[in-house]
Write a protein that binds this ligand. Structure first.
Ligand SMILES: C[S@@+](CC[C@H](N)C(=O)[O-])C[C@H]1O[C@@H](n2cnc3c(N)ncnc32)[C@H](O)[C@@H]1O
Length: 211
């Protein structure tokens, strides 16, 4: 399908009988067949999702973009908190996850596509500014130029007070990586996740990984 991450080619959709089951089983089956491009064998926990969105002012947010939505644990939290006028856009590469997202979240703009094309996807929708960009992508395993392209595109669309938020299931390990791109990086540890994880909240993008 695509070599978006500079890693593995995503497999075609699963046969219908394998697409059924809980979100956990769907993610687990995808992880077994696709590994690194899925990056996690279980969906994020509710605690991780709430920690990720903590501090977002949903009263004023006009547009929030989610990258790598999977089966939607974070989307669930966004939908729960967003005001009716807030535009939610979720970009996900995998067709089976997109099908599930569309079933669960009819009010969210689900884009079956590559987050590396973030700029074009937002331009097509006339989105000039996003209040926050939230990423479930396995960004550390992306080729550096793709990772940089995503961060640069996110930055170019972010509102001045906006944030880039990234989940991880390897607590603290990639702090230095995000510090290469952002002046202000805060890590929030989330033990109640399978496996324990956390979130980075990043502001002040300054460039291409050189500091
Ligand atoms: C670690 S999972 C996170 C899923 C979900 N956000 C969660 O918290 O459980 C990473 C997700 O990123 C998606 N993904 C990987 N590369 C992508 C890309 N280039 N563009 C869009 N989605 C991508 C995978 O299909 C997978 O659903």
């Amino acid at each position: 399908m695509s070599q978006a991450n500079g890693l593995a080619t995503l497999a075609p959709p699963l046969p219908a009988r394998l697409r059924r089951g809980s979100d956990f089983w769907l993610v687990f089956k995808k992880f077994l067949t696709q590994g690194t491009s899925i990056a996690s064998f279980a969906p994020s926990s509710r605690v991780l999702a709430t920690t990720l969105v903590k501090g977002i002012d949903f009263r004023t947010a006009k547009c929030i973009v989610e990258l790598g939505a999977g089966t939607g644990p974070i989307t669930t939290e966004l939908v729960r908190r967003a005001r009716p006028g807030t535009k939610l856009i979720a970009i996900e590469l995998d067709p089976d996850f997109c099908r599930r997202l569309r079933e669960k979240f009819p009010t969210v703009d689900i884009v079956e596509g590559d987050a590396c094309k973030l700029d074009a996807i937002l331009a097509e929708r006339g989105v000039k500014e996003a209040d926050h960009v939230i990423s479930g992508l396995p960004l550390p395993s992306f080729a550096p130029r793709l990772r940089e392209a995503i961060l640069k595109a996110a930055h170019s669309r972010l509102a001045p007070e906006g944030s880039f938020r990234q989940i991880t299931n390897m607590p603290w390990v990639y702090y230095a990586l995000y510090k290469q791109y952002f002046r202000d990086v805060r890590f929030r540890f989330v033990p109640i996740n399978f496996p324990p994880g956390g979130v980075y909240v990043c502001r002040g993008y300054f460039g291409n990984g050189k500091g």
